[in-house]
Every structure is written in structure tokens, then in C-alpha cells.
Design a binder for this molecule. Structure first.
Ligand code: ZN
Length: 229
């Protein structure tokens, strides 16, 4: 049976690291909404307009929202994600999803599609819990590689790294996205929009697993594996 793992948590909870582990160790396809959105920004001109359910969404407006740390319009991200989910299902992949769904609207649109393709019992929600202090601290130290966007978590071993240990490309801060002011906006967005969505998932009977994200990557990974087996 094909599985879908949806991973949630505030910025810096380790969603990227856990998703990459599932992708590399278990062969899951990491469906990351930020990559889907950024690919769209790269592919489509700023003037391009998406028409979704009779509403119009302009690429340049969505890009502006994205850069100020506010989530892009839910219909816009949902339409990109659903297309990608269907494409990947046909390629016979297990999925690990991060970034979307993360609002009530998104989950109401994406869950029926996932249900229909994968079956409710094969959907697992992993909720990584960390404190607000950990979020701010981890994001102020985060570096991301230029080539693959591998996220390098801060530690004494990685403190002075300038090249990605996996592919050798340059490590950079994600400008704007990881600035403290942007992180505060993202945290507020997270609390207001993501938490009610999680409650909704529970009421719908989706398997929701809460895991302490303050632990090491390896420890959290072991908990994730236990949860989804
Ligand atoms: Zn890399």
C-alpha cells in the first residue's frame, strides 16, 4: 500500500530534515510546497494569472506574499499541489508532504484527493512540537545549500561549514525567509492557521502523531518510523 506522510510543525521544527531522511532512507518522494511554489515562480512570468474556481491569482502578487512571510493564497498553492499529487501518484511513489496542507482550506481541498488515491488509513500526520524560543534560535542559525536546498541545522560540527556536505554547493542564509521579523510573522501565521487545521484532521479521524521535535534528528526519526509503521 502506498503511504502519505504529512509533516507539520513551526518553522525550524526539523520538517526538512525528517522529510529528507524518509526520502533517502525509505525512498519516499518529498513533496515540498515551497519547492512547488518556487518552481512555479521560476517557470511562470510575473504577469501570468491563474484562474481557480472563478478567482484570479497573479504570480507577482503571490510572490510578494511569499517574500513577506505571509502564506501564498490557499487556492493558488492547493491547485499547484493537487496537480503534483496526481502526477506523483501515477508514478507510483510513497509521499512525504511538507508545507501544504497547512490551512483549513488547504486540508479541505487536499484531503479528499489523498483519501481517494491513497485511502484514509494510509495517511499519517506527523506533528513536530518545538517551543517558540527554539524556532527563533534555529532559524537565525539556519543555512541552506544553493543546489538542492538541503537545510543544515546548527551545531558545533556545522557552525563553520561553507559547503554542503552532500553535494558541495555553497551554503547560504535564506534571505528574507529566515530573518527574525519574517520568522515572527510566520509563527503568528502558524498559530492562527495551522493549529485549527490539525484539530480538524483529528476530528476527521486522520492518524495524527505528536512528536517532540526538540530531540536530535536521529531520535525524532526513530519516533517517526514507529508512528508510521
Ligand atoms: Zn546540498
Amino acid at each position: 500500500m502506498k503511504q502519505v506522510v504529512i509533516i507539520f510543525g513551526p518553522p525550524g521544527a526539523g520538517k526538512g530534515a525528517q522529510s529528507e531522511l524518509l526520502a533517502e532512507k525509505m525512498g519516499y518522494y518529498h513533496l515540498e510546497s515551497s519547492k512547488v511554489i518556487e518552481n512555479c515562480f521560476k517557470k511562470e512570468g510575473p504577469e501570468k494569472i491563474f484562474e481557480i474556481d472563478g478567482e484570479k491569482f497573479k504570480v507577482s502578487d503571490e510572490k510578494k506574499l511569499w517574500e513577506t512571510g505571509i502564506l501564498v493564497s490557499p487556492p493558488f498553492v492547493v491547485s499547484l499541489m493537487i496537480d503534483k499529487i496526481k502526477e506523483l501518484y501515477n508514478e507510483d511513489d510513497n509521499l512525504i508532504m511538507s508545507g501544504s496542507p497547512r490551512t483549513l482550506y488547504e486540508v479541505e481541498k487536499e484531503l479528499p484527493v489523498l483519501d481517494q488515491l491513497f485511502g484514509r488509513e494510509n495517511i499519517h500526520v506527523i506533528f513536530l512540537e518545538i517551543s517558540a524560543e527554539t524556532t527563533l534560535w534555529r532559524n537565525s542559525k539556519r543555512k541552506t545549500c544553493e543546489l538542492m536546498r538541503h537545510s543544515i541545522l546548527y551545531s558545533s560540527e556545522t557552525e563553520n561549514l561553507t559547503m554542503c556536505p552532500l553535494d558541495g554547493s555553497a551554503l547560504k542564509r535564506r534571505e528574507k525567509l529566515d530573518d527574525p521579523e519574517t520568522i515572527k510573522v510566520r509563527l503568528k501565521e502558524y498559530a492562527e492557521r495551522t493549529v485549527p487545521m490539525l484539530e480538524y484532521m483529528k476530528k476527521q479521524g486522520v492518524n495524527v502523531h505528536k512528536i517532540n521535535g526538540e530531540k536530535t534528528i536521529a531520535e525524532v526519526h526513530a519516533e517517526v518510523m514507529k508512528a508510521i509503521q
